[in-house]
Ligand binder design. Structure first.
Ligand SMILES: [Mg+2]
Length: 309
């Protein structure tokens, strides 16, 4: 539902004042005098993104920060500060011994821990109580550096498609405990001409399709080059799926997905190391998502299913 709603919302808002980049990328870009501002927001809700009774509230706070910083990294922006809004349950159903105040301060501790790692401030927010479940929203403000902004809509045919780490199985732990790729984005943005970028939040196939759709092009993934995480292998043992399907289809890896001119790949790999710049395929002028395996090219669905395999 989210993608079709986003498309509708973008159209509905088109006659309102527009920013340099508005709805449709990892973050919005607001023109400013010295360096542009980059703004993103993300919500995490009990029962949707986590289960309060099963998850450490500090880890929820850290994740809330890190998913937003990941979107800023995907735009090559430096994070500056965040705003935190909390709707707290009047009663913590899963743990009646925990007072609402204690829950709030644990979340706050997690938020501050994650912010301190990247020297980012907490500039404000809002706190409410209600009879519903815990619902958190964080808005992160970043700044562009040297006028570099990575968008989704500029991938070029023949670009190499690069991911910054192994994929799949994040549900086994990484989704709560990952490092947003701020440092990698900082290292790459000043020396590599990245044509398009986003972070992998919903799975490589679906996110790559979003990027190629935005760029009016297509992609061929080399299946034997897609880095499969140990967690993807572990998840496949009980899921009835192959590890590669987890690597293609699972969400919440929060690695970066970049497209770069093929003659920049070597420099990129020398800069950040081959393990942080893994070439998984190339951009094509033919639209659609394709997978090459053993010399055959097959169509790939956005969920990571490979037709005719
Ligand atoms: Mg994103």
């Amino acid at each position: 539902m989210e993608q079709s709603f986003v498309a509708w919302a973008k159209m509905r808002a088109r006659r309102l004042p527009q920013e340099k980049v508005s709805i449709g990328d990892d973050a919005a870009v607001l023109a400013a005098t010295d360096s542009d501002l980059v703004v993103t927001t993300d919500s995490q809700c009990d029962g949707v993104h986590f289960r309060l009774g099963e998850t450490d509230p500090r880890a929820i706070g850290r994740k809330l920060v890190n998913v937003n910083l990941s979107d800023l990294a995907a735009m090559a922006a430096d994070p500056r500060c965040v705003f935190l809004s909390m709707c707290l349950p009047n009663q913590v159903q899963t743990n009646p011994a925990m007072a609402t105040d204690a829950l709030a301060s644990e979340i706050y501790e997690g938020v501050c821990e994650a912010l301190a790692k990247f020297d980012v401030g907490l500039a404000g927010g809002d706190t409410n109580c209600w009879d519903g479940p815990l619902s958190l929203t964080l808005t992160a403000i970043g700044q562009t550096v040297d006028n570099v902004t990575w968008l989704r809509n500029n991938a070029q045919p023949d670009d190499a498609i690069v991911v910054t780490g192994p994929l799949g199985g994040s549900i086994l732990g990484k989704h709560l405990d990952f490092t947003p790729r701020i440092d990698l984005a900082r290292a790459i943005r000043s020396s590599i001409p990245v044509n398009a970028a986003m972070d992998i939040s919903d799975g490589l196939s679906v996110d790559l399709l979003r990027l190629t759709d935005a760029s009016h092009c297509g992609a061929i993934l080399e299946l034997d080059k897609v880095p499969i995480s140990d967690a993807a292998v572990q998840a496949s043992e009980s899921s009835n799926k192959q590890p590669i399907e987890h690597a293609l289809g699972d969400g919440e890896d929060f690695e970066l997905l970049l497209t770069v001119p093929p003659d920049s790949v070597q420099q990129l790999q020398q800069l950040v190391g081959e393990d942080s710049a893994i070439v998984v395929g190339s951009i094509t002028s033919r639209t659609g998502l394709w997978a090459r395996e053993g010399g055959k090219i097959r169509q790939l669905t956005s969920s990571g299913y490979i037709h005719g395999r």
